[in-house]
Design a protein around this ligand. Sequence first.
Ligand code: ADP
Ligand code: MG
Length: 338
Amino acid sequence: MPIKMLDQATINKIAAGEVVDRPQSIVKELVENAIDAGASAITVEIKEGGISFIRVTDNGSGINGDEIPTAFLRHATSKIKSIEDLISVSSLGFRGEALASIAAVAQVELITKTKDKLNGYRYVIEGGKEKSLEEVGAPDGTTIVVRNLFYNTPVRRKFLKSANTEGGYINSLMQYLALSHPDVSFRFIANNNNKLHTSGNTNLKDIIYSVYGREITANLYEINAKTMDISMKGFICKPFICRGNRSYENYYINGRYIKSNIINKAIEDAYKGFVMPKNYPFTAIHFTINSEIIDVNVHPSKMELRFANNDYVYNFVYASVLSCLKDQELAANVSVGP
Ligand code: ADP
Ligand code: MG
């Protein structure tokens, strides 16, 4: 074949694969946008595991009518202006890729209204092609509906799992998101059933109860530790309720739902003397880390984080969890490990 530039629609479809691999990643991007827009209440509704229908409604800032088409362009963002801003970025998004990517591979309807305007707007874009933009009556905030994911890329659609499995991924994401933002009220509805509702009253323990129920909530130790560049606040579990899988190790870094092998290892190592091998704790910890020692610009989905000094982070987290466990288990007069 002769060498040729790809057309924009094809470029967008390919690039979309990096941001949007399944309904869960769409929900993540849309909810993070809502949080960045200052929403205090966010509702997520899905049907068929999010494959046929996702609706995210927020009461945040809304988008100005004349900026709507721009918001759907790749690399369009209101959150950073230059590469220097990346270091200090406190918003969850900043790449300006999510809306463009989602609109490239699904049918999207946006209804949005800013507080200073009497009317809102309705915008429809499908497979990257604008269909309409009109003025409509709407409440303050933004609603985005995403229908028929991958309708125009059937091969990708085939890689999706069953509606049940995809819905399960979204369910756990919603739990993480609710725990990561105790100040936001979340509602999650799947196939017209209420799955989760948090009040937004900022009490982390209330959310742990809503998400995980009585047994875990009744067996927590509070953790609260601080060093120069890092602070950690939240809850870890009593060793006896540790379980055989890692999925209860929740933690958040500067409000982001993120993974770090370093932090996982530090937490697990601290528990080692208290639990049987291959048992892992429940945790819900909020880390505040000086942005100068993190590199968030590592992966498009920003789920994995790199630190300037891994040992520093490891040592602080390990020592803090270990001393919390030792103190509390001693206080409870339980025999203690190392
Ligand atoms: P990013 O979040 O990386 O900036 P997105 O493609 O997710 O990129 O969004 C593009 C822009 O659209 C955002 O920078 C923001 O200005 C606007 N936007 C998206 N979602 C919302 C929302 N729910 N409320 C208000 N503005 C939004
Ligand atoms: Mg975004």
